[in-house]
Design a protein around this ligand. Structure first.
Ligand SMILES: Nc1ncnc2c1ncn2[C@@H]1O[C@H](COP(=O)(O)OP(=O)(O)OP(=O)(O)O)[C@@H](O)[C@H]1O
Ligand SMILES: [Mg+2]
Length: 455
């Protein structure tokens, strides 16, 4: 009851008593030109067009002379000259603690059929990141529930990580595993451009009740307007900031930034920008960097936002614009490999191409030694794999390769393991694997002496 009254109070206090109203002048493809608002509207403001009893939302895209260009949320079917258009002001969202466990759209409306109240404070969609100089440093290493992230690719509180992979290599599943198992008070997940059926499947099956119990899912499926799809990760970040400002540690997961960039491209091209960056408009860099910058450590007294952004890279092209822009602002990247997925090892992480910039600080000296050892052994194996497959490998000629050959199956298995006893347990396991594989010096048979054998 109290919640209802508070919700009602919040709504009333957020009402705008007076609104500027203009009239539709012309419709040009998907753009609606409106007369009478040029003095009252700003770029990015929300607009509401009324056609009889139908209402169409949209955004101010351009202002030219005395006309405002509105990009509508839906196809402008039925809109006619003279329809009224009201300015609603800058887009905001009023997240509420009761949103945990719920699925909402990019405007904060419920997608799971149950009613949903707004919070008391409206927050801007495009909030500024905390001032860089006043931010805390990266925090402590987080438990993730997966052995590889607890040891070889640590994620610390406030870190921003990219997850790069081709289609169908396991990005969404890995994000769901992190949503279920990673240390965090709240998880906010942005699902951009998925098929409708996939969102339901993801929420009920992949994430499951355990994952949903501490999560807010923000979804904009592929059939939604580019404005809504572009807004989805921004809305999720706004929700994450709501919890961060209460001192909570938030895990923000975005799937995927590629779909966000594609939605932005549609909006930017409609506003007259040219797709100059291998099919993307130049403004995409600013959009992505600004979103990523909002995540990270908070100010003194507030919480942190640890973030994982997935990126679709066609044919493992890590230099394509979205991957390239994002890599520049992240504190680490994880690359998933199709060949590894095809042989059934999940998560299909290519360790040698993945980096966590929280190292070496995130681990102690002994752990760093183990990490270096694993990387050098996996590197030795990878460099010689073709030779081994061609039958040219001879045991005893290269001690590092001998050890790599012995340890590889166990290490490969380790990369897919769950971490049930936290980082300490996972490092112990890793140490055991390395110790088991230690080989004796190469065999150099000498006359009359027995050959030393590896144990
Ligand atoms: N941890 C896992 N265990 C078993 N199978 C998995 C795992 N992760 C991924 N898969 C397999 O890979 C398929 C694709 O996974 P997922 O949907 O996560 O990929 P994606 O990279 O998100 O794909 P898309 O590019 O289409 O979004 C799954 O349907 C499943 O068959
Ligand atoms: Mg996916």
């Amino acid at each position: 009851m109290d919640e209802d009254i508070n919700g009602l109070r919040a709504r009333i206090s957020q009402m705008q008593p007076v609104r500027a109203v203009g009239r539709v002048q012309s419709v040009d493809g998907t753009i609606i030109w409106v007369r009478g608002l040029a003095e009252h509207a700003c770029i990015g403001d929300r607009l509401r067009l009324m056609h009889g009893s139908n209402v169409l939302g949209g955004e101010v895209l351009r202002i030219r002379d005395d006309l405002v260009a509105m990009l509508p949320d839906e196809v402008p079917d039925g809109v006619s000259k003279g329809d009224r258009v009201a300015v609603l002001g800058p887009p905001t969202l009023a997240p509420c603690d009761s949103w945990i466990g719920r699925v909402v759209d990019a405007y904060g409306r419920p997608l799971d059929g149950a009613p949903l109240g707004p919070g008391e404070r409206r927050r801007p969609f495009r909030a500024s990141p905390p001032p860089a100089a006043a931010r805390r440093r990266l925090g402590a290493r987080l438990g993730t529930g997966l052995a590889v992230f607890d040891t070889l690719l640590p994620i610390v509180q406030g870190q921003r990580v990219g997850l790069f992979a081709g289609s169908g290599v396991g990005k969404s599943r890995l994000l769901a595993q992190l949503a279920q198992g990673m240390d965090a008070d709240v998880v906010v997940l942005a699902l951009v451009g998925e098929r409708g059926r996939e969102v339901l499947d993801f929420v009920t099956t992949v994430l499951g009740p355990e994952g949903m119990a501490r999560s807010v899912v923000v979804a904009a499926t592929s059939d939604r307007s580019p404005l809504e799809r572009r807004r989805c990760p921004l809305a999720a970040m706004t929700i994450a900031e709501h919890f961060r400002d209460q001192g909570k540690h938030v895990l923000y997961l975005a799937d995927s930034i590629t779909r966000f960039a594609e939605a932005h491209r549609e909006v930017a091209i409609a506003s007259g920008e040219l797709p100059a960056l291998r099919g993307h408009p130049p403004s995409v860099a600013h959009q992505i960097m600004r979103l990523a910058e909002r995540a990270g450590p908070g100010l003194q007294g507030s919480g942190d936002i640890t973030a994982v952004f997935s990126v679709l890279v066609a044919g493992s092209d890590m230099d394509e614009p979205v991957a390239d822009i994002l890599r520049g602002v992240l504190d680490g990247h994880v690359v998933l490999d199709r060949q590894i997925a095809e042989r059934g090892r999940f998560p299909a992480i290519d360790l040698l191409r993945s980096v966590s910039r929280s190292l070496p600080e995130a681990a102690n000296d002994h752990e760093n030694e183990l990490i270096q050892k694993v990387r050098s052994l996996l590197g030795a194996y990878a460099r010689s794999e073709t030779m081994v497959r061609a039958g040219l490998y001879r045991e005893g000629e290269d001690p590092i390769l001998d050890q790599a050959m012995k340890v590889w199956p166990d290490l490969d298995g380790f990369l897919a393991e769950k971490s049930l006893n936290g980082a300490a347990g996972a490092f112990q396991k890793l140490e055991l694997i390395l110790r088991r594989s230690t080989v004796a010096p190469p065999r150099r048979p000498q006359q009359g002496r027995p050959v030393a054998r590896a144990r």
